[in-house]
Design a protein around this ligand. Structure first.
Ligand code: ADP
Ligand code: MG
Length: 570
């Protein structure tokens, strides 16, 4: 007969804690995050952080918060020890970062820890902790606040230690985290040291924008736009900064979102922000942004991620919609400022936009100018800015058959003729193509679809919107029987190709492609009146800063820059 077999046993508490620690502490940046959050919860206004080897060897965080009594200090490293909640109900009204009471316990179990802390009116206590247990305790002299040192992360969990990345990678993750908190808490004084060198010193600032100028390099910080919006429907307040169309980067790493002051990662918020940048940045390029969203605590769930890096909104769509709207609204207005500043008083006559007759025919042909295939249509009424401050400019000449040089009151401006014309056409194609009169083709065009592609009903509908009558013909061909007059046959196959190449934003892409094909090109020589027509139509568009693909349409050398470079001013 078989004896009773026992294969299950309860793990010793210290082993279980080391395993559980993996949930909270995966890398040094997670430790730094927990320490900063504890300091903020303790009401600290100043934090100093010291790191060695990207935090792998040493992490020390000194704060001037409320500190702990000796009893609390001893308890603080026990699992589930927290002063912040008493029951799970408290989560719905939580205003602190911490609530699980597991950060210090987790850290203490996977590194060598030293905790010095002093509560106002009490002596300071120093605890030495090894593998989660207090091995030594003394009374010391210390300032009010807490000073925690962690050495040799994962020294007793080799399986985890080997997953730590290079010093540089771990350091970068920490630097990004510190910058995020610095942006979320402009008034927090932060000093950061790595390998005994002071890397950052962020003095208290009043706004995110001021703080951003300490964090981002000046080429970026001077291009930041401040945002502020309170929205009753979304029950949210949004403040922060975003970069304008002139700066961008290859990755999303400088998009920071904070929800109720908590730095969170939420891909959808990032996507909403990028939607706000549609038409402003080239595809695959990303802005700089730090956006703080404040919502009532009961409208978010912060307990969905082990490291509390994500939150779930009760009404995510409302928040995403708000971000998109706020960003989209902020961009053209702010960035257009230099241009709307041009006013009258040039020595040679300038032509105000409303006085300028915009012909309905194509740009005048010259022997060298390739005329656009889409006539420049009359601009819709709403797009001509009838203010007394009419953008005005004096055309100087064409540079490299690519740029138009103009003098404005703000300085010398170069306009990329192709990009600007693309934008003009893009803005007008939307309305014009949709109302376009189609003509029946005498010989319908058969367009072969790119291999492996089909056209679905939605895409046919889109073609109809553009005035194109199309139907399936064979497995890989469609038949086009009517088009708007200005659509040239060679543009049809390009259009269909564009239509099948994308799954998102198709209308925009098709519209951008048509504008691109029809616009004057770099290398086209333009005569004076062509340049004037182009410039004045461009100036009359609200959304003129970039081409539909996001390239800048113009570059202003401000009077200030010119005079500074010639050392007329200091
Ligand atoms: P939580 O933050 O979720 O409560 P932690 O393990 O991070 O859990 O901290 C446990 C407790 O230790 C906290 O609730 C707080 O009372 C105390 N504590 C931790 N860090 C500090 C600090 N820097 N200053 C004052 N008290 C602290
Ligand atoms: Mg905590």
């Amino acid at each position: 007969m078989r004896m009773d077999v026992q294969r299950i046993h309860i793990l010793p508490a210290h082993e279980a804690q080391k395993i559980a620690a993996g949930e909270v502490v995966e890398r040094p940046a997670n430790v730094v995050k927990e320490l900063i959050e504890n300091a903020l919860d303790a009401g600290a206004t100043s934090i100093s952080i010291y790191l060695e080897e990207g935090g792998k060897k040493l992490i020390r965080c000194i704060d001037n918060g409320c500190g702990m009594s000796a009893i609390d200090a001893r308890l603080s490293i026990a699992p589930h020890a927290t002063s912040k909640i008493s029951s799970v109900q408290d989560l719905s009204s939580l205003t602190t970062f911490g609530f699980r009471g597991e950060a210090l316990a987790s850290m203490a179990s996977v590194c060598q820890m030293e905790l010095i802390t002093r509560l106002e009116g009490s002596p300071a206590i120093k605890l030495t902790i090894r593998a989660g247990a207090i091995t030594h305790e003394t009374i010391v002299a210390a300032n009010k606040g807490t000073d925690i040192t962690l050495k040799d992360l994962f020294y007793n969990v080799p399986a985890r230690q080997k997953f730590l990345k290079t010093t540089k990678t771990e350091w970068n993750a920490i630097k990004q985290l510190i910058d995020a908190y610095a942006l979320a808490y402009p008034s927090l004084h932060i000093t950061l040291y790595h390998q005994q060198e002071r890397i950052a010193q962020y003095n208290p600032a009043e706004t995110i924008a001021q703080r951003a100028s300490d964090i981002f390099e000046s080429s970026v910080s001077k291009r930041l736009i401040a945002l502020h919006k309170q929205d009753a429907v979304a029950q949210a307040t949004m403040t922060g900064i975003i970069s304008d169309h002139q700066v961008n980067r290859y990755d999303r790493s400088q998009l920071y979102f904070f929800v109720n002051n908590r730095w969170i990662k939420n891909h959808k918020l990032g996507t909403a922000l990028l939607r706000g940048y549609r038409n402003v940045l080239p595809e695959g390029r990303f802005p700089y942004a730090a956006i703080a969203i404040t919502v009532p605590p009961h409208t978010i769930d912060i307990n969905i991620h082990p490291r509390k890096e994500e939150v779930q909104f009760l009404h995510p769509r409302l928040i995403e919609g708000l971000i998109e709207e706020v960003v989209a609204k902020a961009l053209p207005q702010q960035a257009a400022t230099p241009v709307t500043h041009f006013v009258h008083s040039f020595s040679t006559p300038t032509i105000p936009v409303q006085a300028f007759h915009i012909p309905v025919h194509p740009l005048p042909q010259t022997t060298t100018c390739v005329a656009p295939e889409i006539p420049l249509p009359v601009l819709p009424e709403k797009q001509v800015s009838t203010h007394t401050q009419v953008p005005q400019a004096r055309i100087l000449s064409q540079l490299k058959q690519t740029y138009i040089m103009i003098e404005t009151e703000a300085g010398l401006m170069l306009i990329d003729q192709h990009a600007a014309h693309e934008r003009i056409l893009y803005e007008t194609i939307g309305t014009r193509y949709k109302n376009a009169e189609s003509i029946q083709l005498l010989f319908p065009e058969l367009i072969t679809l790119p291999r492996g592609h089909t056209i679905n009903e939605e895409q046919y509908e889109l073609l109809r919107n553009f005035g194109i009558e199309a139907e399936p013909w064979s497995e890989n061909q469609i038949r086009i029987s009517a088009t708007p007059v200005y659509l040239k046959p060679h543009m049809l196959s390009a259009l269909v190709e564009e239509l099948t190449a994308h799954t998102h934003n198709i209308a925009h892409k098709v519209q951008a492609m048509l504008a691109c094909k029809a616009a004057v090109k770099a290398g086209d020589v333009l005569n004076d009146s062509e340049m004037q027509e182009l410039v004045h139509k461009w100036l009359a568009i609200e959304n003129r800063l970039t081409c539909p693909h996001g390239r800048p349409t113009s570059w202003l050398m401000s009077n200030y820059e010119i005079e500074k470079n010639f050392k007329r001013i200091v």
